[in-house]
Design a protein around this ligand. Structure first.
Ligand code: AP5
Length: 189
């Protein structure tokens, strides 16, 4: 299973990816975690991207594509659950040229109203993630999602791999709905 999760900041991509990776026995790859790990380790790449992460600005396509492709190259052939990437149509197109069968067998959009996303991120702010602290940064992340990530919905719908799930439910219920959507897509009885 090569699964990509899409959704606004706070929609639950990381939460669901962890549960689904365990369910399928495949790695969970998060572009945000890959970048934050570089910042925490104080690498050259981390120093180049830290300010963008803090401000809720996207990291340049080339940098994030290289980080994600390196991680994908280390995954077993059984697949992966990938979230945070791709985040722009150009990232998706590039990834589809790098993977003979495309980047994803299935793409799930986690749908959540902006107000609920704001509320979740504000609640998480106490945990110390640098891009959750400032409400203006949260607004920028939401604007970026609508402007440059949402067009991926049409991109993947056009490829016939998109399913949509209501993310405004308890996490376990969202996971159940994702698994049901994947079964439906695969034509399971
Ligand atoms: P990234 O790490 O991808 O952050 P994000 O998209 O802003 O998403 P979040 O991690 O905030 O939310 P999520 O949807 O994963 O929800 P989560 O499960 O955490 O990216 C960070 C930055 O890295 C970007 O701004 C950019 O700078 C850079 N970047 C990353 N990828 C890039 C790319 N491809 N190109 C360019 N730049 C890139 O949950 C959020 C909260 O809600 C948690 O507290 C959780 O416990 C709670 N929660 C989750 N599910 C539920 C539920 N069902 N009910 C109630 N609460 C819930």
């Amino acid at each position: 299973m090569r699964l990509v999760l899409l959704g606004a900041p706070g929609a639950g991509k990381g939460t669901q990816a962890a549960a689904l990776a365990e369910h399928f026995g495949v790695p969970h790859i998060s572009s945000g975690d890959l970048l934050r790990d570089q910042v925490a380790a104080g690498t050259e790449l981390g120093r180049r991207v830290a300010d963008r992460l803090d401000r809720g600005e996207l990291v340049p396509d080339g940098i994030v594509t290289e980080a994600v492709e390196d991680a994908l190259a280390d995954t077993p052939s059984s697949g992966y659950v990938l979230e945070g990437f791709p985040r722009t149509v150009s990232q998706a197109r590039r990834a589809d040229t790098l993977h003979a069968e495309g980047l994803a067998d299935a793409v799930v959009l986690l749908e959540l109203a902006d107000d609920l996303a704001r509320q979740r991120l504000a609640e998480r702010a106490a945990e110390g993630r640098s891009d959750d602290r400032d409400p203006e940064v949260i607004e920028r992340r939401l604007r970026r999602f609508h402007a440059v990530t949402e067009p991926l919905v049409a991109y993947y719908r056009g490829r016939g791999v998109l399913a949509t799930v209501d993310a405004d439910q308890p996490p376990e219920a969202v996971t159940v709905d994702i698994l049901a959507a994947l079964d439906a897509e695969r034509g399971a009885p």
